[in-house]
Design a binder for this molecule. Sequence first.
Ligand SMILES: *[C@@H]1O[C@H](CO)[C@@H](O)[C@H](O)[C@H]1NC(C)=O
Ligand SMILES: *[C@@H]1O[C@H](CO)[C@@H](O)[C@H](O)[C@H]1NC(C)=O
Ligand SMILES: *[C@@H]1O[C@H](CO)[C@@H](O)[C@H](O)[C@H]1NC(C)=O
Ligand SMILES: *[C@@H]1O[C@H](CO)[C@@H](O)[C@H](O)[C@H]1NC(C)=O
Length: 385
Amino acid sequence: MACRLISSRIVPSSNRLSKRFIFIFTLSLSFTYLCYSIIFCCGTIMPNQSYEETRCLHHKNVGRKKLLQKDCSFPVNTRTIGEDSLNVAVVNQGSNHRNQSKHVPLPIAHKRSIASSEHNLTVAQKFGNKKLPNALIVGVKKGGTRAVLEFIRIHPDVRALGTEPHFFDRNYDRGLNWYRGLMPRTLDSQITLEKTPSYFVTQEAPRRIASMSPNTKLIVVVRNPVTRAISDYTQTLSKKPDIPTFEDLAFQNRSQGLVDTSWNAIRIGMYILHLENWLQYFRLSQIHFVSGERLITDPAGELGRIQDFLGLKRIITDKHFYFNRTKGFPCLKKPESSSQPRCLGKSKGRTHVQIDREVIDQLRDFYRPFNIKFYEMVGQDFRWD
Ligand SMILES: *[C@@H]1O[C@H](CO)[C@@H](O)[C@H](O)[C@H]1NC(C)=O
Ligand SMILES: *[C@@H]1O[C@H](CO)[C@@H](O)[C@H](O)[C@H]1NC(C)=O
Ligand SMILES: *[C@@H]1O[C@H](CO)[C@@H](O)[C@H](O)[C@H]1NC(C)=O
Ligand SMILES: *[C@@H]1O[C@H](CO)[C@@H](O)[C@H](O)[C@H]1NC(C)=O
């Protein structure tokens, strides 16, 4: 426009033809300037964008640890099987979505070409979406939930959150969008899974989960409640060595055989009471019970049933496990991409404190009626008595 003013002042206005020419000339000049502005403007954005991308891609080649840079616009799959200890502490921060499933699920067509390299971006990570979980491992504490999660997540159609988000008990106020943000990216065909064992004993959890989706599939890993209580106590003792003895905590009056049901370690094992709460919101067929005992003696069998329940092809079989006699626990066989076999961390399968036989018998008597009701309800005898 400025050009036009200047040019019109310089050129005499008498000639109509030249006036028109100047008008067209200045117009095209303005237009060129406009185009130039747009190109220049885009030019300042585009290099940055590709810079970020190269940076993320570059890190991928540099090393795994650096992959977790925040600059990357998509989460990068970095953990490999065997890399981390399984007894990962509970983390509630919003950054959990970077610690994700190690397994790289891919459409078959891409599998062969890409699966060899753990550094490659996977299709799911590039194009997948974060979705609310369609399945949850809701309990129970010390039942074997970590083992189930680590075993099932080697399935290519399962993507799981590695940490416990505690959304339906402690973090519900943060809202579903926050929760979704934690989830790994998945393709439509993949199941999103998380585990938080305290859900099973949280009064509000069934209602909240049902309001997220009444079709959520629930997995509960149960174990002899007496062994579970001792394991629970052993874990607490390892963190707080000053706590009273197991016997002191378990009974209100031991000579009367009066069990203290307000102690969490005892209360969690009264499975039938908690289950009744869940059955107000879910059909029994939506809940799958895993035997914590059989998970150790026959992991492939339990995993077979879990895959069936989740509607997955039975891919995880005997071939994936070996039994570590030192630990007394099944481990995942060494995956091709990893340098180590995958066993549960040090704290799993730790030796329990020695509890008086008489105390164990008292607790067994205490739990028996609850167990029997529980077997009847779920239609399965777990043989704890
Ligand atoms: C999760 O990621 C953070 C960095 O984002 C890392 O420090 C931490 O060790 C990871 N935890 C697990 C369980 O991988
Ligand atoms: C994946 O990694 C392999 C081996 O490192 C490489 O040959 C291939 O080109 C990579 N593919 C992509 C899509 O980056
Ligand atoms: C336990 O019960 C016995 C028998 O009823 C009673 O004598 C004793 O005082 C009780 N002990 C405690 C700690 O309440
Ligand atoms: C079995 O577990 C023990 C104890 O954790 C460990 O030192 C050992 O390397 C494991 N053996 C195998 C074959 O995984």
